[in-house]
Design a protein. Sequence first.
Length: 441
Amino acid sequence: MNSRLKLTRRSAIKTMGIALTAPMVFKRFTQAAPSETLMHASFGAGGMARSDINSLTASKNLKLVAVADVDKSRLEELKKSFPDVKVYTDWRELLDKEKGLNSANISTPDHMHAPITMRAMQQGLNVYTQKPLTQSIYESRQLTKVAAEKKLVTQMGIQIHSHEVHKTVVNAIQTGVVGKVKEIYSWSGKQWGDKGPRPEKTDAVPATLDWNGWLGVAAERPYIGGGYYHPLNWRKRLDFGTGTFGDMGCHILDPVFSSVAFTYPNSVICLQGGTGPDSWGLDNQVRYTFPGTKFTTDTVTLNWFDGSLRPGKEVQALLGDRKITDQGSIYIGTTGVLYSPYIGAPVLFPTEKGKDIPIVKIPGNNHYLQWVEACRGNGAASAPFSYSGPMTESVLLGTMSTRFPKQELTWNAEKMEITNFKDANQFVRKTYRKGYEVEGL
């Protein structure tokens, strides 16, 4: 079978509700004929990657044939469940040697999303890439472009996108339950940041870890133990993660972008917060100004808060006595207010209005298996790079603004350029370490 071609024979599947926390376990489907089976590779073997593997292999129309991970202990653990899978510690070697692949998931630290995804797409693979799609704006634009040129099936790992809650919020806003949206407030209480400088020390690299491979496209530096980088706290570090905003913004702002049909912002400013010398900051407040759409007023503001910060009392007062959850959004429209707790049923205010205009529940489906079937020619993915790429760009503009607190940044999306503060443009595109360059990035 030509790995560059999507499988086109159609077979029906039953959609199913998506689990909201990892690991995700689904009922397995009837074994497909060999000619219908996707030959699949995973980049990443533990953590979120293992969850993605479990969710994707819930379909017997997909076979995991190869996995790459820089941590051999994770590969050994995976082999207990998938004894026949081929394992690699270098993702480039996997792509060089495995020529019969149809698809791949990229579930690595953020800084490696773009280079691996780009190489996989250049070899004709359909890809499922975790959020945020990339670590830089330029990377997102390039992945979106190549995915379109090659007509590949792509999906970003924002599982809430396919859930009933997401679809219900989008439908409510687009059917005008709050009139035209004029302001949006979104927040996450996570703490993917650090105030302190990088420790001045060098620790022994674990025998199972390829530290040079883990660094990948990032600049060389000594290994620091105690979980400073691997396996989770890389999210806090400027060169590897995207902080709370990049981690959770792609989830929480997903229904926002879907419902009001945002494209690119006109401007963004960090009103509170900022970054440290090596890590993303804590307690950020960022405000965007977007051009209007058919679901909004002529211009609309989007306000983001993370860490300990939340919308002001005047905004929370719109919800009466209801206490806001740790993560969520509030949509303020010309005729009402919609409160959307993260992975929770939306509520319309004032409450009397909600009795007169009931919110219609829209059924969800399975984000992973939807993509698997789209790769096989059945239906389409709901968060392809044509949608998730521009959304990721906007989120990354927000993270960029935290590098320049109090400085409004005016964005020219066509040129991918900050027009009023040139110093910010150095962060639009990354420089890859020598030996890890990837064509197109």
